[in-house]
Write a protein that binds this ligand. Structure first.
Ligand SMILES: Cc1ncc(COP(=O)(O)O)c(C=O)c1O
Length: 391
């Protein structure tokens, strides 16, 4: 995050509500969407959406999610008082296994399903149109998890605008970040009215929390270069590079400081997206002949990925790669360590059947960085890293 954004944040804080309104207006115009709501995180956004949908259909209480996704998703569902229903994934696309999804939608208990959450994990687009066809006439609402894909388009349409309601995360490491934050988008008036009602229960940021955000922005702006990233990563209060099942996350409205940080967000989003698109395409080309790495099918599409996911067939090679990358500061990561069916918080529930594909993917996945620091020199370092593990 550049220093200029932090100064904009402080100016925005002074301007107050008008700064938040500016951000909302710009988001609506950019995405050609009727209603936008701003909150403190992606999980707060999902919680808000689910509470609103539940208020419209109180007799439904289940939410169907892919079994390999961010742990914030089940935590938001459970915090909203709903049940998580898992659908295993297609290990070649990370999207739902559509045969299983169809079985769930046609099952005897499907009238309990409140919503279904297609997820564009790492920016790989889920087939939202296919999900839409499957749920037509069922009353199930389509909630698009675009937490990791703000600014990406499929067939000319922004991800996040394809469902009944969608959301982005503005958390650290996302396509565009305000340290933390979440955006809810919908053009459905009924849903918007319910969202507005639920949002009135969210609190405002307190002054010490905004000072905390400003300090985090400063630390991140100084140390975001991968050569120095070990420093913020070593600070326990930043929780960088970790994924947790958080039961009690805060429910706040986005602050004017964060809205201020977002000034000129279209320009930075477009710049960052074009770098990510170029680097994603670069990885596809670079790794297509690899004997020990599996690429995902949909990576052919020109899309700005948040990180570049791959599967390493052999577990010893995967661990060797992760270890060697850590020693060299190259930023290869392991994604979510387990599928949702193996999480302690969900494992005992009868509606969470064993999901073998999701489990296998969790055991094999690594992700490569695609941000602006992945320069030509880094590519050579990555080549050496892959060669080291392959031999
Ligand atoms: C797919 C997905 N959904 C939801 C979330 C929740 O967003 P946040 O971290 O802003 O709460 C994340 C966060 O990384 C995510 O990756």
């Amino acid at each position: 995050m550049p220093m200029k954004s932090i100064i904009n944040g402080l100016r925005g804080w002074i301007r107050g509500i008008s700064e938040i309104e500016r951000f909302r207006k710009e988001l609506k115009a950019y995405h050609a969407i009727e209603h936008v709501f701003l909150v403190s995180s992606g999980k707060a956004a999902l919680y808000l959406i689910l509470k609103a949908l539940k208020s419209l259909q109180p007799d439904r209480d289940e939410v169907v999610v892919p079994a390999f996704t961010c742990y914030s998703v089940p935590s938001a569902i459970m915090r909203a008082g709903l049940r998580v229903r898992l659908c295993d994934i297609d290990p070649e696309t990370l999207d739902f296994d559509y045969t299983l999804l169809e079985e769930i939608i046609k099952s005897d208990t499907s009238e309990r399903i409140l919503s279904l959450i297609p997820t564009h994990l790492f920016g790989l687009p889920s087939d939202v149109a296919r999900v839409r066809r499957l749920i037509t006439g069922t009353g199930i609402k389509l909630v698009e998890d675009a937490a990791q894909s703000m600014g990406a388009k499929v067939k000319g349409q922004f991800l996040g605008t394809l469902g009944d309601v969608g959301f982005f995360s503005l958390g650290r490491g996302k396509a565009f970040s305000t340290v933390e934050g979440g955006i809810v988008l919908t053009s459905n008036t009924h849903i918007a009215t319910a969202l507005k009602e639920e949002l009135s229960q969210f609190r405002e940021y307190r002054v010490p929390e905004i000072i905390g955000l400003a300090l985090q922005s400063i630390i991140l702006s100084i140390f975001m270069d991968p050569r120095f990233f070990w420093f913020p990563k070593s600070l326990p209060f930043l929780n960088l590079g970790e994924t947790h099942f958080e039961r009690h996350f805060p429910l706040k409205k986005l602050s004017a400081f964060q809205a201020g940080v977002s000034r000129e967000w279209q320009d930075s989003l477009e710049k960052i997206s074009s770098i990510r698109k170029r680097n994603s395409a670069g990885w596809t080309e670079e790794l297509k002949r690899s004997e020990f790495l599996n690429q995902f099918k949909v990576i052919e599409t020109a899309i700005p990925l948040l990180r570049y996911p791959l599967l390493v067939r052999q577990s010893d090679q995967r661990w060797a790669l992760l270890k060697a990358s850590e020693a060299r500061g190259l930023g290869v990561m392991q994604a979510y360590p387990e599928s949702l069916d193996r999480l302690d918080e969900l494992a005992q529930k009868d509606h969470c059947a064993c999901c073998l594909n999701a489990h296998a993917v969790a055991q094999q996945m690594i992700t490569l960085p695609v941000h602006g620091y992945v320069s030509r020199m880094d590519c050579q370092k990555f080549r050496e890293l892959f060669a080291l593990v392959e031999t």
